[in-house]
Design a protein around this ligand. Sequence first.
Ligand code: FES
Length: 118
Amino acid sequence: MVTMPDTPAAPAEGHTVPVTFLREGVTLHAQSGITLRDLALAHGINPHPHVRKLFNCGGIGDCTTCVVRLAAEPAAVNPPTAAEAQWRDRWPADWRLSCQVRVTGPISVETRPRRPRR
Ligand code: FES
């Protein structure tokens, strides 16, 4: 049986990786291991829509308001966590909760993605 961690494991730190926020048109150099949500908020980028910036779970993977679309090699981030597992069959495969994603390699991110039209 495979179990998934409750929180994203922090990889070894010590180097920085470029993280591009596509909607905002900015590339940041992030400390490896930081979550996308923490990185975004530290630089004035809101991963939450509208008032959810104020009313959210605080990064524990419960509210789903911090969802982002990733354009990255799988090795650039940690695998989906247990908190994300319940949403995997409802979202596109490249959507993740930014509070659960730790960056370890170059990555591009779209905040507040829209569902593809059917
Ligand atoms: S901040 Fe609530 S799920 Fe990420």
